[in-house]
Design a protein around this ligand. Structure first.
Ligand code: ZN
Ligand code: ZN
Length: 147
């Protein structure tokens, strides 16, 4: 398998895009994050080192989504949460359908079962299970409104 930087450079070459220093810095940065991030958290973290606009970060993440370097989690709250596909396969997610809070968890049994599942017309790259429900904070709120 190619490294994230190789995947990025191959895409840039194939599509005749400009090489930008910022894209590589964003890639470098997100690979060092052991968890989820938002455009805002990335913007705040990165600006401690280099001046980079939120727009550039957003466009770069959109590009990374397209070429499979990051995933955007469904159902997130006010701000979309992302993570790199390099680490997404090591854990699963519990998502609150009310507030969008996402928690990570690991389960070897799930992972084994999915790895053994192959498809004739689909090439699996990584996997992550989403379990939807209500978080601790939202459970009492939802119950109250139903009464
Ligand atoms: Zn919740
Ligand atoms: Zn995750």
């Amino acid at each position: 398998m190619n490294s994230p930087l190789e995947i990025l450079n191959a895409y840039i070459k194939r599509n005749n895009l400009r090489h930008t220093y910022e894209r590589e810095r964003v890639l470098e940065h997100i690979l060092s994050i052991n968890g989820h991030f938002t455009i805002l958290s990335l913007y705040e973290e990165m600006n401690k080192d280099i001046p980079i606009s939120r727009g550039s970060i957003y466009n770069t993440i959109e590009l990374f989504l397209k070429i499979g370097l990051v995933v955007r989690h469904p159902f997130a709250g006010a701000e979309a949460e992302y993570e790199t596909t390099m680490r997404a396969s090591t854990h699963h997610h519990r998502i609150c359908t009310s507030c969008g809070a996402i928690k990570e968890f690991s389960d070897q049994k799930f992972s084994k079962a999915i790895k053994n599942r192959t498809f004739a017309s689909f090439q699996t790259q990584f996997h992550s299970i989403y379990i939807y429900g209500l978080c601790k904070k939202c459970q009492p709120k939802i119950k109250k409104t139903k009464k």
